[in-house]
Design a protein around this ligand. Structure first.
Ligand SMILES: [Zn+2]
Length: 233
């Protein structure tokens, strides 16, 4: 069975999905929720199992405040498809399975080793708008990269990050997160264009992409892989 993933929803509807990877990360995730809720927007949080275990209450606040959640692996390690372990941590609190999964580093080959990822009811979700917020320090640059992305349209899925995968707590907490300063302008800008900001559970995902093994998974480091990807472009 081929592995399929989605990058967007229906193009004929004015819905856009903001997605946030690598949390929960209190108190920053709470700041994100506050910005969304104060503007009548919903988001989808692709959480890591290890952070859900460490901050179960922060995870439950995401759900209680009305947002969608998805599985983004347990440890966020390059070659490890530990979605089943993450699903156990998430499902234990959620009381039901997640519907959405995002491969860490978009390494789709890691899904091949996970029954949870391959379950027919699980939707593997990429994004069509990638502002690379994690690599930017200036909030305005994140706003710009999001709102001026040529792919931005009805049905777009935007990939942002409310945390980091780092196991170093001091680093995680000390690291600035300019995405949070950028988020109000992103939400306002999208709403001003008439987009409704919905959770992935309100978006009809269409045009699945069939993933084909490309050998890139054999490269161990993210730096090498990104070089190889550039050569392949
Ligand atoms: Zn991630």
């Amino acid at each position: 069975m081929p592995l399929k993933y989605y990058t967007h929803g229906r193009r004929d509807q004015m819905k856009v999905a903001l997605t946030f990877d690598d949390g929960p990360n209190p108190p920053r995730t709470d700041q994100v929720i506050e910005i969304l809720n104060s503007r009548g927007a919903r988001g989808t949080f692709f959480v890591l199992g290890k952070w859900v275990e460490r901050w179960p209450e922060a995870f439950l606040r995401i759900v209680d405040k009305g947002h969608a959640v998805g599985n983004h692996s347990h440890l966020h390690q390059t070659h490890l498809g530990d979605f089943d372990r993450a699903e156990a941590a998430i499902g234990n609190l959620l009381g039901r399975p997640t519907q959405f999964l995002r491969a860490h580093y978009f390494n789709f080959f890691t899904c091949l080793y996970s029954p949870v990822a391959l379950a027919p009811e699980m939707k593997i979700v990429d994004a069509d708008v990638n502002p690379a917020d994690y690599a930017k320090t200036d909030p305005d640059a994140i706003v710009e990269a999001t709102l001026n992305d040529p792919a931005l349209a009805g049905g777009s899925i935007i990939d942002l990050h409310d945390s980091t995968e780092s196991d170093d707590d001091a680093l995680r907490l000390a690291r600035s997160l300019p995405m949070i300063a950028a988020l109000p302008a992103i939400v306002d800008g999208l709403q001003a264009r008439g987009y409704e900001l919905v959770g992935l559970d309100e978006m009809e995902l269409v045009d699945p992409v069939e993933w084909r093994p490309d050998g890139r998974g054999t490269f161990a480091s993210a730096a090498v892989r990104s070089m190889v990807n550039k050569i392949g472009d």
